[in-house]
Design a protein around this ligand. Sequence first.
Ligand code: ITT
Length: 415
Amino acid sequence: MIPSTIVLATSNQHKVDELRAILEAHGLDINIIPVTDVWPEYHVDETGSTFEENAMLKALAVFEHTGMAVLADDSGLEVKALHGAPGVISARYAGEHATDAENRRKLLAALTTTPDADRQAQFRCVLCYMDGVRVLFDEGIVHGTISREERGAQGFGYDPLFIPDGHARSFAEFDPQEKNAMSHRGRATASLLQQLHALAHETGHAYRTDPLPTTDALIMASVAAVTQHVAQLRTAISLFVRTSDDAMLMYEALLQAYLFAGFPAALDALLILDEECTAILGTIAWPPAAPFDQQMFQERGAALCERIYEGVYERMIQRLGTVSPDLAQWMIIEGYGKTLARPQLDTIRRELCNVAVLAALGRDQQLYSHVRGALRIGATHEDLRACADIVMEQCGKAAGLRIERIVDQLLGDRS
Ligand code: ITT
């Protein structure tokens, strides 16, 4: 199911008109809201160096402001003889506040000596869709050449100079429907809609239009950290920092990612947390590292591990000890004592993050123990099903089903 309302994160009225017409041509009855209707002062500094980054910056800003499903478009013209320029700065090619006409004049001037055979170009459009759980990107490209003079009065931007391959007319000489059917924007939208339909079909889940609850954001960020999905990670972190008054909880959720995906993954995630906290809250200083107190880590690690593994705890440690005494000790001291038993993030939410991460990484055996462990320490079936939903939406149906199957199995065992 596609959401019934989508906010378009653009201040360019031509894009609004085109995207609205394209979505309508797909037979979709969507309430399209230009962002300026709900946020008149909308402005995003396009500081990214790629279309993807800028599309995400726009989508994120609008999602955070409105909490609604958002579609952002970053697009531009890439000219081969100019090594891809104007590219991401297409709108600002002739200066920060340049008009379309000034940009076209500059382009023609840059290509004065370029022979007809070398005037190939492409329009590229990257769309970013965001609804609080899902962050999707898609791209559309249309190839053509740059004419020697402007032709036609339709469209906008570089349309009067762009002759799509296989045609003798410029985009500005096309009817809007004709342009939309073959344009970079039309192609990117068709492809993104396919993704949305496929995911909706796969998961059977409706799309969120409400802001993420903080527990969901912790789970989503943990999964994104270990799967190194930067866009999802930034979204979850940013939403969490804006909606929760305790950024330390996110710090602890991300810190433990090193246990599952190594130090670089945890470090990358914490760097993003740092950036978001600095941008949203101003400077942020984490408390100094706790002194390495081996005895305390040993005691609290063993206590937590015993709660998670209950009856199999002794056997597991013994078995691990015969395979590798070092590893057995690290598991209790490093894993549980030093990392997983840190006091800020409560055990239930921490365990839900672990469950989600293990499902996302396909660690089936550990997952089983941790789903059972989560139930033992007080997580409910509903908590675990909600956790499965998030994993499903982020990593696909199979990953989320891993959790659901174990929950069903454990429920069956009890009844
Ligand atoms: P928003 O960022 O608010 O969406 P913008 O116009 O600044 O509006 P971009 O940063 O994505 O958007 O720049 C897109 C520029 O690329 C646009 O201003 C045109 O110059 C050019 N462009 C993109 N799509 C085009 C199209 O279909 N026809 C002609 N020019 C196009």
